[in-house]
Structures are given as C-alpha cells and as structure tokens.
Write a protein that binds this ligand. Structure first.
Ligand SMILES: Nc1ncnc2c1ncn2[C@@H]1O[C@H](COP(=O)(O)OP(=O)(O)OP(=O)(O)O)[C@@H](O)[C@H]1O
Ligand SMILES: [Mg+2]
Length: 317
C-alpha cells in the first residue's frame, strides 16, 4: 500500500494520479501482486494574492462576448464539479446588472455583515457572493462604471472568502469593464471562454479572447456549450447550432479546448429549479462536465507545475 499526500487543489486529478502511480509501480516492480494507492490530504493554505488580501490558489473568470450562451451555467457547474471532487471553491457572480447565480443554485439567502466584513452565503459546500443577494428580485441596479468597479472590489476585498483552492468569477456578457477591473485588482490565473458552435457566437468569442488578452488575462480554454442535442424519442443527434466550431476556433487561436456540453433539456430544467449542480447526477451531462473540470484543472496545475518527483506525477500545488 502506498499513501500519496496531495492537496485539495488537485482533488479532481486524484483518481487519475492514483491510477498512474499504481501503473508506474506495477511496471517497475512486476513482482508486486497488488498495488493499493491511498490519498491523504496534505493541505497547504493558499497565500494571499494581490493587494486585496484574498486567499485563493487560483482565480479564474468564466466569460464570453455573447449573452445567453451558458456562462453562468458553466461557471456554476465548474464550481460544483470542483467542490464534489474535494476542492474548496468560491463562486463570485460579477454580473451586477443581471445576476443569475442565486437562481441557478437555488438560494435567496442574504449575506450577513460581521466586523465590517461580508459573510458570503454557503450553498452545497460552495462559498457564494452575488449582487442578487443584495437586490430584491425584479429590481434593477442602475449604476455608472465607477460604482460597478467599487462593487466588484468590495465583493473581492471585503468578503470573508476563507481559504480557497479556486475562486470562479461568472462574468457578465459583453464589454471589458469587469475584466479590466479584475485585472487591476488581482492576478487572475486566466479565463474560460464559453461559446456556442454557430459562427455568430464564435465571432463574439474571438472578441472576448482578444479582450481578455488585451488586459493580460490568459485564456485557460474554450468550452463549446449547446454543442449538440440527442433526441430523447429517436436518440438521433441533432447539431442545432452546428458542431465542432469552438474546437476548431480554439485550435486556430492556439488556446486549449476544454470540452463540449450538449444542449440538454434536463440541464435547463435543473437551472430553472435552482439545482444546476444536479447536472452531475444526470448521465447525459455528467461525462461532459467531468471532462471539462478535469481538463481545466490539468491546465491550471501544469501552469504551476513543480519539478516532477516521478515522470508521471507532478500534481503538488
Ligand atoms: N447545455 C445546456 N443545455 C440546456 N440548457 C442550457 C445549457 N446551457 C445553458 N442552458 C440554459 O440557457 C439559459 C442561459 O444560460 P445562462 O444564464 O447560463 O447563460 P449566460 O451566458 O450566463 O447568460 P447572460 O449572458 O445573460 O449572463 C439558461 O436557461 C440555462 O439553463
Ligand atoms: Mg450569466
């Protein structure tokens, strides 16, 4: 039996790492009849990043140029996926004008203030902050740019996020305002760009990538959402918006492709019911979502790769 000490940051990669180590040992020591690999959590708290005092090992934004392509859904699903794997995750809804995270995760709890610090809402093990918790549903926020900047700063600086492995930021559609604010406030690990496969959406995704690059935010990868639809009656595949466009565009732009998510009525129903995390219990969605989480964490881990102790093992952050 071998015990591996790994951090919760790399939790989504534990299974793969265990398998790789067992395979490596079997190859090196064929006399071993059975190899059992165990994981023990060896946690290193995150260091504070930027000038705002937030403690997270990676902060990444989920954005796109276009509205309605599933940014908030994918941001929430990534947050659930990483949490389910064992990582400590925060989810910040930066869509101040149209916050949808509270609805997708099914809470209307209000954050408390304690010692002048915002206590975020905790839902299903996720630490969450959104303007939607502060403004009654149906009411609108009408602000100028500087107030937007201030709200995002407060969400990041004055919230007790705790010690996080990942802080995921759900971006509003369109302009670069928030991206600029974020890039000024803290060093982001990067951005995930969500798009649908048709040309009009891809055009906007290309613009979003250019916008992130302009403010020096690296692209961690592209996700193709609503990539195809499997008919529940005839089981035929329909490429409603086309298919493969994002993968092709990712290759053209030299950014990683993280995976695709089919158009799935169950996912929409779960989102409307405030149970978007339940997508992981749906066989039609789970494999796709897990692939995206895995590819994303692999990218993040490889960015911070330390010198490998063994040829196939370097997941140590
Ligand atoms: N793969 C999918 N299958 C089915 N429905 C989906 C899928 N992805 C997202 N949706 C649905 O599409 C709608 C829009 O999704 P979402 O709010 O996540 O998009 P958005 O890009 O964040 O929008 P906005 O630009 O307004 O912020 C929601 O009703 C959501 O449930
Ligand atoms: Mg949204």
């Amino acid at each position: 039996m071998v015990t591996l000490g790994l951090t919760t940051y790399s939790a989504p990669l534990w299974e793969q790492t265990k398998g790789e180590l067992a395979g490596h040992l079997r190859g090196k020591l064929p006399q071993l009849s059975d190899v059992a690999v165990n994981v023990e959590v060896h946690d290193r708290p995150a260091e504070k990043i930027g000038e705002i005092g937030l403690a997270a090992k990676a902060v990444f934004a989920v954005g796109s140029g276009k509205g309605g392509v599933g940014k908030s859904t994918i941001a929430a699903v990534l947050a659930y996926g990483l949490t389910r794997a064992g990582s400590k995750v925060g989810l910040m809804d930066a869509d101040v004008y149209g916050p949808s995270i509270p609805h997708l995760i099914g809470t209307s709890e209000r954050p408390m203030i304690h010692n002048d610090r915002i206590q975020p809402v905790v839902v299903d093990g996720l630490t969450v902050m959104s303007m939607g918790f502060l403004v009654p549903p149906g009411e609108a926020v009408v602000w100028r740019g500087p107030m937007l900047h201030q709200a995002i700063t407060q969400f990041l600086r004055d919230t007790d996020w705790g010690n996080l492995d990942y802080l995921i930021i759900d971006m509003p559609p369109g302009t670069g305002d928030i991206a600029l604010t974020l890039s000024q406030l803290l060093p982001l690990s990067g951005a995930v760009v969500v798009c649908t496969p048709q040309d009009v959406a891809l055009l906007d995704a290309v613009k979003a990538i250019a916008m992130f690059r302009k403010v020096n935010i690296e692209i961690l990868g592209m996700v193709e959402n609503m990539s195809h639809f499997i008919c529940s009656g005839c089981h035929a595949r329909h490429d409603i918006f086309g298919s493969g466009g994002a993968k092709q565009k990712a290759a053209e732009l030299d950014v990683p492709f993280l995976g695709e998510v089919p158009l799935n009525t169950g996912m929409r129903i779960l989102g409307d019911a405030g149970k978007v995390g339940g997508s992981f219990d749906d066989d039609a969605s789970r494999p796709y979502l897990e692939t995206i989480c895995l590819n994303l964490v692999k990218n993040l881990v490889s960015k911070h790769r330390q010198k490998p102790a063994m040829p196939s093992l370097s997941v140590l952050r």
